[in-house]
Design a protein around this ligand. Structure first.
Ligand code: UDP
Length: 310
């Protein structure tokens, strides 16, 4: 039986990952400081002898035995990671360092959940892994963007210097059950607004694009990446079906049958204009591609939020 640590395991992607690993028979140790994650997300796993939640901040060192480490810990929604940007930078650097030390002590394989934010305001489209990005080094997104870049750098140095088996994935926008209703993200905001018959808040003119990947697809890709032999990455993980923010709103209004309208609000600073992953590498190396359509994934997410907020 494998012992697998998931940091940020009580968060949105983390809790879905913990559930899936537990189903596969792993002994799962979930580490979370519950800053943006919630114990509720993993409550269904709590009775199992193969699941343990450790409430711990990864900025502090920890000593554990493990075969695999998925390192996801960090608030990921702009609203959350900008609330305490210094804590975000600290989490990304100290957290990565501490978990790499756990990997080193155990000779464990460790996966970093990096991000499409590595590419900043991209000047090439779609984004390939070789693209070095166009990141504002001192803007309001920098704590997250530069923090994740630092984390990637640290992972590769541990690989080069200490021979640690690393896996680096760059996750693009992911959505699905387990998201927080007040996460501030486009999908959660729009669904909650539509269900409550409130106006959908379009930032800017809504022409900026994102590519939405359903969480089950993302989790499948993370596991395939972890188990793939002889590869470090980085590998983009996301859906390559690109939608404007306005189109996302239209899908959600249609699927909820809401009479909500759209209102325009100012575009946040440094908000990337276009984002779509090139997933040629994931297709080739992992034999993976997204399998859940936007309407199918949004419908499942709408059902989840309906239970939660109505
Ligand atoms: N957005 C929006 N209305 C909202 C929330 C987000 O128009 O209520 C836009 C936001 O400006 C961005 C996109 O949706 O262009 C995705 O934002 P999100 O916060 O989900 O994540 P990001 O991809 O920017 O990290």
């Amino acid at each position: 039986m494998k012992t697998t640590i998931v940091t940020g395991g009580a968060g949105f992607i983390g809790s879905n990952l913990c559930r899936r690993l537990h189903e596969e028979g792993d002994h799962v140790i979930c580490i979370d400081n519950l800053s943006s994650g919630s114990e509720k997300n993993v409550r269904d796993l709590q009775g199992s002898s193969r699941f343990k939640l450790i409430v711990h901040d990864v900025t502090d060192p920890i000593d554990l035995k493990a075969d695999r480490i998925y390192h996801l810990a960090c608030p990921a929604s702009p609203v959350y990671y900008q609330k305490d940007p210094i804590a975000t930078s600290k989490t990304l650097f100290m957290g990565s360092l501490n978990m790499l030390e756990v990997a080193k002590a155990n000779r464990a394989r460790i996966l970093l959940a990096s991000t499409s934010e590595i590419y900043g305001e991209p000047l090439i489209h779609p984004q390939i892994e070789e693209y070095r990005g166009n990141v504002e080094p001192n803007g309001i997104r920098s704590c997250y963007d530069e923090g994740k870049r630092m984390a990637e750098s640290l992972f590769f140095d541990y690989h080069r210097i200490h021979g640690i088996e690393i896996r680096v994935v760059r996750i693009f926008n992911t959505y699905g059950p387990g998201m927080l209703p007040n996460d501030g993200r486009v999908v959660s905001n729009f669904i909650v607004q539509a269900l409550q018959e409130k106006d959908l808040t379009i930032y800017g003119d809504g022409s900026q694009t994102r590519s939405l990947c359903f969480v089950d697809d993302t989790v499948e890709a993370l596991i395939r990446m972890m188990e793939a032999p002889d590869i470090t990455g980085p590998v983009n993980i996301g859906n390559d079906h690109e939608l404007s923010v306005k189109e996302i709103a239209e899908h959600i209004i249609k699927l909820t049958g809401s009479s909500s309208r759209m209102i325009a609000l100012p575009l946040p600073e440094d908000d990337p204009t276009r984002r779509r992953p090139d997933i040629t590498k994931a297709r080739k190396i992992l034999g993976w591609e997204p399998s859940v359509s936007v309407d199918e994934g949004l419908s499942k997410t709408i059902d989840y939020f309906r239970e939660l907020v109505l």
